[in-house]
Design a protein around this ligand. Structure first.
Ligand SMILES: [Zn+2]
Length: 170
């Protein structure tokens, strides 16, 4: 079994949290839900940009969607939401997160609509095969729920780390 470095484990949870914080419209909330719905097994491939084509692209809105994704990348690189899982002083340990954030930004910028996946069952494969109809946030964590609940609640390690950081901060 391949070992996932500690920082890599946080890539998708971070991006989902930043997207949830920044989303101002249902279109942007839809992207936040998509990010929050990603299964842990695909996190690495998103970090490498392999799954950019299966983002819920809408042809007529692709420039706006790209701009929002870029906003998420920039906020993530400015360490927005890092305090959700990182105790003060641990910044150096998570610095490698800047790299996949940069990669995601580049791939989104270069993405061309002809590579967008048109199959909703694949695009929303981790959300029960469907785009969300409503938007609700977890009452414990600052992320939008997906069809199978909360990304952070469902993963005991994320939830536990979040609780530790919150306790430490208080
Ligand atoms: Zn939760």
């Amino acid at each position: 079994m391949a070992m996932t470095p500690h920082w890599a484990y946080w890539f998708v949870p971070l991006v989902a949290a930043v997207a949830s914080r920044l989303a101002r419209s249902d279109e942007q909330r839809t992207l936040a839900v998509w990010l929050a719905s990603l299964d842990r097994r695909v996190w690495g491939s998103l970090a490498e940009g392999r799954d950019v084509g299966t983002l819920p692209w809408v042809d007529a809105r692709i420039d706006e969607q790209k701009a929002f994704l870029q906003e998420i990348v920039d906020a993530g690189r400015s360490r927005v939401c890092w305090d959700l899982f990182m105790a003060p002083g641990d910044e150096e340990d998570f610095r490698p997160l800047l790299r996949p954030l940069g990669t995601l930004g580049q791939l989104v910028a270069q993405f061309s609509p002809q590579h967008a996946c048109r199959d909703e069952a694949i695009v929303w494969g981790y959300n029960g095969g469907r785009a969300p109809a409503t938007f609700e946030r977890c009452h414990k964590h600052p992320v939008y729920l997906h069809a199978n609940g909360c990304l952070w609640c469902n993963d005991g390690d994320l939830s536990e780390c979040y609780e530790q950081v919150v306790v430490q901060r208080d």
